[in-house]
Ligand binder design. Structure first.
Ligand SMILES: Nc1ncnc2c1ncn2[C@@H]1O[C@H](COP(=O)(O)OP(=O)(O)OP(=O)(O)O)[C@@H](O)[C@H]1O
Ligand SMILES: [Mg+2]
Length: 464
């Protein structure tokens, strides 16, 4: 079943950016709106207070109630709009002047005494229509010996309309911020993520035949550079592994073809005419030898092919090295004597290793030494343990090898010219197996020539 598609990263990031931009713009807008509202209301409060102050003085010093009664329009014209309320009345009597075009209800208000200056705290709030605030105050004045009450109020109708307009603009700005950020963010992110899409396209085009193509990471952003480099490095490793595998199978085919061809040749020649029983016996014996070699080769190849699983199945045991060397030298003593060689081993120590694999590695090295060393020379096997690290050296006298040959010894199927001619017994896999065994153990095998004509193989095990 196909996994559910996760929402796109571009879309998610874009939306997140847009929401953040929207929140930022709306917070700023809200702050500005509140500031503006406060300042508008303060201005209207000042206007109400100034008006009351002005008329209180006017009534106290210049105007009498009677003059006012005579010409009430005087007042009505003095107020500038429908939004203002002004009432002049003697307490307990019908008002002399009453301007309240919208018939707005007034809140309960304390009366500010005639001798006390007016302050903002004397104002009271009310509400006309829902959402339209009103600010009002009442003061006392003494006009021509009579007590008069003056009431003024202001309805913030226009102010609220202005503020409403302002609020709509803020809402528009918030919406615009969302849309613009989303749009720009989307475009920028798409651009920024282009290397990822390129990488996907590139990966799609990779086939075993096209393993050499690499991503160009020069214009990749830093964050993706690491990925692109890792991707290229992975391709390097894959190409390398694939190349070795191809080489291995080519070598394998080649190596198998030769002995099989020679087996067939021998049989064809033998069948051409009647042979004696002795001749058949000789043929079968020689064929058996060849078949044994093929079988050994197949077994070695299988060992190397299973190398990866073998590492997991490593059976590590604490081994006494003196004992192990004894066992190997004992096994090869006869062969060495045949070539008048001496096998010397020295040193001992403990080592954690897989016993079968260690014996196999040592046997391969000693078998090589006996096979390729000069007749009558000595083979030295030494164990050295220093700071927990264990080294086993196998050294023999033999032909001087060039540096390039030395580097090739561990390649699969590599055989020195001499061994090619000398014996049909050689497969060129012994040292490759030693190298694989050392790799399982986390160590390595190296070949060196301390002096020309002496070749030394060193098994270096890691400190346990
Ligand atoms: N001790 C040695 N002295 C000189 N040359 C050596 C020695 N050991 C290995 N070589 C060279 O390295 C080559 C590779 O060795 P390796 O053990 O991998 O294969 P081989 O001995 O030819 O065949 P196999 O071990 O598979 O039967 C040999 O053919 C030989 O030329
Ligand atoms: Mg060998």
């Amino acid at each position: 079943m196909r996994a559910r598609r996760q929402p796109s990263l571009t879309l998610r990031s874009t939306l997140a950016f847009a929401v953040v931009a929207m929140l930022a713009v709306s917070s700023a807008g809200m702050y500005l709106y509140e500031t503006m509202k406060a300042s508008v209301m303060t201005r209207s409060d000042h206007a109400v207070l100034a008006r009351l102050d002005h008329f209180r003085k006017l009534l106290q010093y210049d105007l009498t109630l009677d003059t006012l009664r005579g010409s009430p329009q005087l007042f009505e014209n003095m107020l500038d709009s429908e939004d203002d309320i002004f009432i002049i009345a003697e307490p307990g009597k019908p008002p002399v002047i009453m301007v309240n075009p919208l018939h707005a209800p007034l809140p309960e208000m304390p009366v500010v005494a005639a001798n006390r200056p007016l302050a903002a705290a004397d104002l009271r709030s009310g509400e006309v229509d829902p959402g339209v605030p009103l600010r009002a105050a009442t003061v006392e004045a003494i006009s021509g010996g009579k007590v008069v009450h003056l009431t003024a109020a202001h309805l913030a109708v226009k102010e609220m309309a202005t503020l409403a307009g302002f609020r709509n603009r803020i809402l528009f700005a918030v919406a615009l911020a969302f849309v613009l950020t989303a749009l720009l963010g989307y475009l920028l992110l798409r651009r920024g993520l282009r290397p990822l899409r390129r990488m996907a396209d590139h990966a799609t085009a990779i086939t075993p035949a096209r393993l050499d193509s690499r991503m160009d990471s020069s214009d990749t952003p830093v964050e993706l550079q690491q990925l692109s480099e890792a991707y290229n490095a992975m391709l390097d490793r894959l190409a390398d592994g694939y190349q070795r595998l191809t080489q291995f199978s080519a070598d394998l085919a080649h190596e198998i073809r030769t002995p099989v061809g020679s087996l067939m040749g021998h049989c064809q020649v033998a069948l051409r005419q009647p042979r004696t029983a002795d001749e058949y016996q000789m043929l079968l014996a020689s064929n058996l030898e060849e078949l044994e070699r093929i079988s050994r080769m197949v077994e070695s190849i299988l060992f190397l092919a299973r190398a990866d699983d073998a590492q997991a199945a490593l059976n590590l045991q604490s081994l006494d090295l003196a004992e192990e060397l004894q066992r190997v030298t004992g096994y090869f003593e006869g062969l060495a004597e045949e070539r008048q060689m001496s096998l010397n081993s020295q040193g001992d120590g403990q080592l954690k290793a897989d016993p079968l694999l260690l014996r196999r590695a040592l046997s391969n090295l000693v078998a090589n030494a006996i096979r390729y060393a000069d007749e009558g020379s000595a083979i030295d096997i030494r164990v050295e343990t220093a700071s927990g690290q264990c080294r086993i050296e196998v050294e023999n006298q033999g032909p001087t090898l060039s540096e390039s040959t030395l580097a090739k010894l561990f390649d699969r199927f590599y055989r020195g010219d001499a061994s090619r001619h000398q014996s049909s017994d050689s497969n060129g896999l012994g040292l490759a197996i030693v190298a694989a065994i050392m790799q399982f153990h986390g160590g390595e095998v190296t070949a060196s020539q301390p002096v020309p004509g002496t070749i030394r193989f060193t098994l270096a095990f890691p400190a346990s």
